[in-house]
Design a protein. Structure first.
Ligand SMILES: Nc1ncnc2c1ncn2[C@@H]1O[C@H](COP(=O)(O)OP(=O)(O)OP(=O)(O)O)[C@@H](O)[C@H]1O
Ligand SMILES: O=C(O)[C@H](O)CO
Length: 366
């Protein structure tokens, strides 16, 4: 097996350990979750998470809200709304209205199972008074280009929303909510994942049982287990601007001997006006390619665990000492890493994965 295959194999082992269907299936068993009366699933992993509920309990009233193209595992009886990501569209508002309608109409003895995963912030929305869809789309575009981290972005999103930050579940008049979430945020807080669409207000009158069922840490541990080589580091420290991260990561890898480094998190990027095509993983990969240019025996894979990096069809990229040439500077300045990396065979396409635990980087030095 080539080194490139090794990195993809290790990354894939990490992602496989946190697939929605598997994570929810394990959690339902571990926490002895009783059969719910209804299921609401929102996020990029919603279909996969909902499939586990169907596996465990059979057909149930189910509403799934997910990103276009991420419906592969959805149970047949489920109502499915596909919406845009990362910038909300009219479908996101349709999803928000349906979620409100569904929760409002639940009977007093209802046990509701809520399944949340990353992407939910964009995929479902009900606007506060005075805000239009265009306003929301413009504000979201500006936020995404600003280089702010997800905690800062979602604090703002909660203020603009009538369903985020516990507001959807505050409407519930039933008996019990079990809320299972796959975390794609630093610190794994339910109130931040999907801007807290699966969270309940502190004074909720119903029984509320929240659990985080998958995370970046779990995926990285599984990746480390699957690796043959020596693991030199396994850390969740990809939380900075990609421009600042690249030299730090390269220095760490080059200073260490042969072996593997695994990193998790979510780098940020500041986009120029009218950016080209790319994502934060591709931007980081391109910057790393420049750092390791001409050096033999180093390979780095960095990719989003949901299978899509920014508005592209690839998860990320795999670079080595031969990837970089000076035309890469232009791709960096115009945020156009996707076509540049694609032309060099460096893009990594996994397809939608059924999970979303931020990004994973694997660096190998031989
Ligand atoms: N041309 C580009 N080059 C680099 N990064 C880009 C480009 N276009 C968009 N991005 C970045 O892609 C990010 C959105 O990525 P993506 O669609 O993978 O969502 P995400 O952050 O994983 O979403 P969520 O957290 O909601 O699941 C934004 O932070 C944005 O800055
Ligand atoms: O949807 C969101 O808000 C992000 O993916 C974080 O969960």
């Amino acid at each position: 097996m080539s080194t490139a295959d090794d990195l993809v194999t290790i990354w894939t082992a990490g992602v496989d350990a946190v697939i929605g269907r598997r994570a929810v299936c394990d959690a339902l068993r571990q926490h002895n979750v009783m059969r719910p009366d209804a299921v609401i699933a929102v996020g990029k992993a919603a279909a996969s998470m909902a499939a586990a509920a169907h596996d465990a309990f059979g057909p149930l009233p189910m509403l799934i809200v997910t990103k276009h193209g991420h419906v592969m595992d959805a149970p047949q009886n489920a109502e499915i709304i596909e919406a845009a990501h990362p910038v909300p569209d009219a479908q996101s508002l349709k999803a928000g209205a349906r979620l409100i309608d569904a929760v409002d109409n639940m009977a007093r003895d209802t046990h509701l199972l809520v399944l949340t995963s990353g992407g939910a912030s964009a995929l479902a929305e009900h606007l506060v008074d005075g805000l239009s869809l265009n306003d929301l789309a413009d504000r979201t575009q500006a936020l995404l280009a600003s280089g702010q981290d997800i905690h800062a972005m979602n604090a703002l999103r909660k203020d603009l929303s009538a369903i985020k930050g516990g507001k959807l579940l505050a409407r519930f008049k039933g008996q019990r909510i079990t809320s299972l979430a796959i975390s794609d945020v630093e610190g794994d807080a339910l109130g931040v994942i999907g801007s807290g669409i699966g969270d309940a207000p502190a004074d909720a009158p119903f029984d509320f049982a929240p659990y985080i069922v998958a995370s970046n840490a779990i995926a990285r541990a599984a990746a480390a287990d699957a690796a043959q080589g020596v693991i030199l580091s396994n850390t969740e420290d990809l939380y900075d601007d990609a421009v600042a991260l690249a030299p730090r990561i390269a220095a760490q890898v080059l200073a260490a001997g042969p072996g593997l480094h695994i990193k998790g998190g979510e780098p940020t990027v500041i986009l120029p006006p009218n950016p080209g095509k790319g994502g934060r993983n591709m931007a980081l990969a391109l910057l790393l390619a420049r750092e390791i240019a001409g050096i033999e025996g180093v390979q780095i894979l960095v990719a989003g665990t949901d299978g899509t990096d920014g508005p592209t069809d690839a998860a990320g990229a795999l670079v080595d000492g031969h990837t970089w040439d000076d035309s890469g500077s232009d791709a960096l300045n115009t945020a156009n890493a996707a076509p540049w990396l694609d032309a060099r065979g460096a893009l990594f396409r996994s397809g939608p994965t059924g999970t979303n635990v931020m990004d994973i980087l694997i660096a190998k030095r031989t």
